[in-house]
Design a protein around this ligand. Structure first.
Ligand SMILES: Nc1ncnc2c1ncn2[C@@H]1O[C@H](COP(=O)(O)OP(=O)(O)OP(=O)(O)O)[C@@H](O)[C@H]1O
Ligand SMILES: [Mg+2]
Length: 469
């Protein structure tokens, strides 16, 4: 028996069953007609799918053919005029219902053109059973500074897969940054592609509210254009940033948001400035207590705060879960610049231990009873600040290394888009925060109060100097 079969010149290995497609001879006219039908069907599908472009073109062409170019010019001019008037008369609605939907159509085409390549190179396509399945674009929406592309994931993918590939996607689509947010259904993810940069310019100081809302202090502008409002009730705040990253501006933004409360007597700011008063000194009248040179004095202040926290906690136990600040019992906020000077670089062992113990008490017991800490530090490492975990709210400004981002904002936050190490030196006050109920970090820029603004604020809302120093 031969080991191979030779069928019509082809050598085919012997198999239990050899099957070949039968050859059917078709007349040429049938083939041509079939191809024409297919081509027409394709054309119609394209026409219907892109109705937003094809329909107007058809109508305009019909107009031209039937009535001539004058009528065409009249209609085009009329539409342009209406659009212009609308754009000037009510810009928000024009953008929302007129311009952005048009832009979204155009951008959808741009994204679709590079989609396949982008998915494959970002390893977001899935090869399975000799087929390649890629995630699908469901919807494209345009907003002021970003595009939101809703994507149906391939079964088995999770939004984090897209978050991890975000940098690659950003370069592929030529945008500044891409964020991946879980979509409205479990099968979708929304890619937010940031086009421009809303945070390029310095943010001027915000108006001072008469009575601060302690659950929402406006201190910065978010990259989507909204105000970032920080919760102070129930939390402690840590600001981390390399030198020159604008930690001072975060402190002053917070102080400014609280200044109305200082004047009304329901907020007491205690300032600790181990750099000798360099940062907080100009706003001295705003602080009820202030220490800037003597470390023993700073230890005293923190111990006083710890004692206050313990007293209040003992008194309020079982009665309420959130202390309400009053004139008799104001909200106490310890504002500490360069915290590392107190926790790590201090050479006097005894003093350091006292500070650590008292700070631990304030951080753990003060949250619910209105004794808060707002502290700034350059280095987030455990050796420098062992109590890092006791600050539930953390603001990450420019950092020197990628590894520091997760230390500050939490595990996986750099992958989800918190690129603190990439913030340019030319944009101080810019940083990332984690919003309540949102798994992805938000880029913000804090307001900048220059020295004169701080002085004016101190004159207006502070007590004349003379109290406990
Ligand atoms: N929010 C901001 N917007 C614009 N410019 C800012 C902002 N914050 C700070 N700057 C500018 O950056 C400079 C450095 O800021 P700042 O002193 O607050 O940094 P820092 O993080 O406290 O640095 P250091 O660790 O050296 O104290 C400021 O002098 C100011 O000119
Ligand atoms: Mg500083």
């Amino acid at each position: 028996m031969p080991l191979v079969n030779i069928i019509r010149g082809e050598t085919i290995p012997v198999a239990p069953l050899n099957v070949r497609t039968p050859i059917v001879k078709l007349p040429i006219w049938l083939v041509v007609t079939w191809e024409i039908i297919k081509a027409v069907a394709r054309l119609v599908t394209t026409y219907v799918r892109h109705w937003y472009a094809t329909l107007p073109i058809t109508l305009l062409t019909a107009l031209y053919v039937v009535y001539g170019w004058q009528r065409l010019a009249l209609v085009v001019g009329g539409v342009a005029l209406v659009a212009t008037v609308w754009a000037f008369a009510h810009r928000p609605s024009w953008l929302r219902f007129g311009w952005w939907p048009i832009l979204a159509r155009v951008r959808r085409l741009v994204y679709r053109r590079r989609w396949m390549a982008a998915m494959v190179t970002a390893k977001l396509s899935i090869s399975y059973d000799k087929r390649t399945i890629i995630p699908e674009i469901v919807r494209v929406r345009c907003r002021a500074a970003c595009d939101e592309v809703t994507v149906r994931m391939v079964t088995g993918q999770i939004p984090d897969d897209f978050a991890k590939a975000s940098e690659r996607l950003a370069h592929t689509f030529g945008v500044r940054q891409v964020k991946a947010v879980p979509g409205s259904t479990y099968a979708t993810v929304v890619l937010v592609l940031m086009r421009g940069d809303a945070l390029q310019e310095t943010v001027p100081p915000l108006p001072v509210p008469d009575l601060p809302d302690f659950t929402a202090l406006p201190i910065a502008v978010q990259e989507d254009g909204d105000l970032y409002r920080m919760r102070l009730f129930g939390t402690q705040v840590l600001i981390v940033g390399a030198t020159g990253s604008g930690k001072g501006s975060v402190i002053w933004s917070i102080v400014r948001a609280l200044a109305g409360g200082v004047a009304a007597g329901v907020v007491e700011l205690w300032g600790l400035d181990p750099k000798g008063g360099m940062e907080l000194g100009i706003g001295r009248p705003l602080f009820a207590k202030f220490a800037s040179r003597d470390f023993a004095e700073m230890a005293d202040l923190i111990e006083q705060a710890a004692a206050k926290a313990q007293q209040r906690a003992a008194r309020l136990a079982g009665r309420t879960r959130q202390h309400t600040p009053t004139e008799d019992e104001p909200l106490i906020v310890l504002v500490i610049d360069e915290l590392a000077n107190l926790t790590a670089y201090l050479t006097e062992r005894q003093l350091k231990d006292r500070i650590k113990a008292a700070l631990g008490i304030v951080l753990t017991q003060g949250r619910a009873v209105g004794v808060h800490v707002v502290a700034a530090i350059q280095d987030p490492r455990k050796e420098v600040l062992p109590a890092r975990g006791l600050f539930p709210t953390r603001i990450g400004l420019r950092l020197s290394e990628p590894a520091e981002v997760d230390m500050v904002l939490g595990d996986g936050m750099r992958d989800r888009g918190a690129l603190c190490d990439r913030i340019p030196q030319t944009q101080p006050g810019t940083g990332y925060v984690v919003l309540e109920g949102d798994p992805t970090p938000m880029r913000v820029r804090h307001t900048y109060c220059d020295d004169d603004t701080v002085r004016d604020m101190a004159d207006l809302y502070g007590e004349p100097v003379g109290g406990a120093a």
